[in-house]
Design a protein around this ligand. Structure first.
Ligand SMILES: [Fe+2]
Ligand SMILES: [Fe+2]
Length: 132
């Protein structure tokens, strides 16, 4: 079973769902590798997550601007703080911090609280028309 499942509460019903699933799949690949291989190299996964995360945040902000969503500035600030947190984790791992179950809990919270909270509520109206 995947470490993070794409549950209904994570759905925004917009094209952003695909990018969220892509971010989840990076964490899941990292987790699977960590479980089956204790010699796993964490930095490539964390860097991939930070790079794709930045790409996603940029595309989400463009998407919100194109759809004239409200609270774009607040949302941008939250994205900035999320990037600082993942960069902070990368630095700690570079300085020798071990990967543990807490690392994965951190990554899950880092991404999914934002998706289920801010993203879903920001896109509520945009996504509603796609809801079945
Ligand atoms: Fe998002
Ligand atoms: Fe977001």
């Amino acid at each position: 079973m995947a470490y993070i499942e794409f549950e209904p509460k994570y759905r925004t019903y917009t094209i952003m769902d695909r990018e969220h699933q892509q971010l989840i799949s990076i964490i899941n690949r990292f987790f699977d590798d960590w479980v089956s291989n204790k010699g796993v190299k964490p930095l490539p996964y964390l860097i991939e997550l930070a790079e794709y995360g930045q790409h996603h945040f940029d595309s989400e902000e463009r998407f919100m601007e194109n759809n004239q969503s409200s609270n774009i500035e607040d949302h941008k600030n939250i994205h900035k703080k999320l990037m600082e947190r993942i960069v902070g984790l990368i630095q700690r791992v570079q300085n020798g911090e071990e990967i543990t179950m807490e690392t994965f809990q951190f990554l899950q919270h880092w991404l999914m609280n934002h998706v289920a909270g801010t993203d879903v509520s920001s896109y509520g109206i945009l996504g509603d028309k796609n809801r079945k």
